[in-house]
Design a protein around this ligand. Structure first.
Ligand SMILES: [Mg+2]
Length: 259
């Protein structure tokens, strides 16, 4: 194996603490010469914040080896719509990534060629109205990711997908593209970053619907870790949800031996 796409939340860390076995597993991969790109559907943290959190757990990595759904959306939008004016809904990480990628931003729905919707904890009726008007005036509709809900220290909170659904319902229009896992934009940017053939690449994550599905679509070897959404008693495990199922990243050497 030449490369590994490794999820963050539930795979490497949970909030600010390391998932048991994760730091060891990352070391095992690196010792085996496997290049790693860390890929998260979060659009609310900057890549620098992800790097700092990894560093605090003893995992040093370059910002360029971290992808968030916000950074992938910025890459996608500026590649597909290079001259577009963009109305962005989301936390500062979304506008930050779009600005860094060279996008022109606007607050005026009538001016927007592209509407980007990510998770926005300040999302309200006014936001929904602006989204509706941008779409009505012809903007392309791009989502960062479509996670329905996200676990936090204080319990579940709605994910970007819940906001995309509100905009879709109001405008009677599905998003043109959703950039995050398991969709094509994040797969393409991940493989471009690793410069690896899909057949020589692992995807390691805790979420069957995003991490594992992304790997399945792209022809990667899929590895489900039981440290996040799915635990060892989940009935899903009887269905063989991934090429490999391991208790934690610390067991990744068994995958490397068998791959
Ligand atoms: Mg995860």
């Amino acid at each position: 194996m030449d490369g590994a796409i490794v999820d963050l939340d539930g795979t490497v860390y949970r909030s600010h603490t390391a998932v048991p076995g994760a730091t060891e597993g990352i070391e095992l991969l690196r010792d085996a010469g496997v290049d790693i790109v860390f890929v998260t559907n979060s659009s609310t943290k900057t890549r620098e914040e992800c790097r700092d959190r990894l560093a605090s757990l003893g995992i040093e990595t370059a910002v360029s080896d971290i992808l968030t759904s916000a950074s992938v959306t910025a890459t996608y939008v500026t590649r597909e719509y290079p001259t577009a004016t963009v109305l962005a809904v989301g936390e500062p990480a979304v506008t930050d990534e779009l600005t860094r990628a060279g996008a022109t931003l606007t607050d005026d729905p009538a001016e927007a060629d592209v509407l980007v919707v990510g998770k926005d904890t300040a999302f309200d009726f006014d936001t929904l109205t602006r989204c509706l008007r941008a779409i009505e005036s012809g903007a392309a509709f791009i989502g960062t990711n479509d996670d329905r809900k996200v676990p936090t220290d204080s319990g579940l909170v709605p994910g970007a997908g819940a906001l995309l659904a509100a905009v879709s319902y109001a405008s009677d229009r599905d998003p043109d593209v959703v950039c995050g896992k398991p969709n094509d934009p994040i797969i393409e940017v991940s493989l471009d970053t690793l410069e690896t053939d899909p057949a020589d690449c692992l995807v390691i994550g805790d979420n069957p619907e995003t991490d594992i599905e992304m790997g399945r679509r792209a022809g990667l070897t899929t590895v489900l870790v039981l440290t996040g959404l799915v635990d060892g008693s989940d009935p899903l495990l009887a269905e063989g949800p991934a090429d490999h199922v391991i208790a934690s990243l610390a067991e990744v050497s068994t995958v490397l031996r068998e791959s």
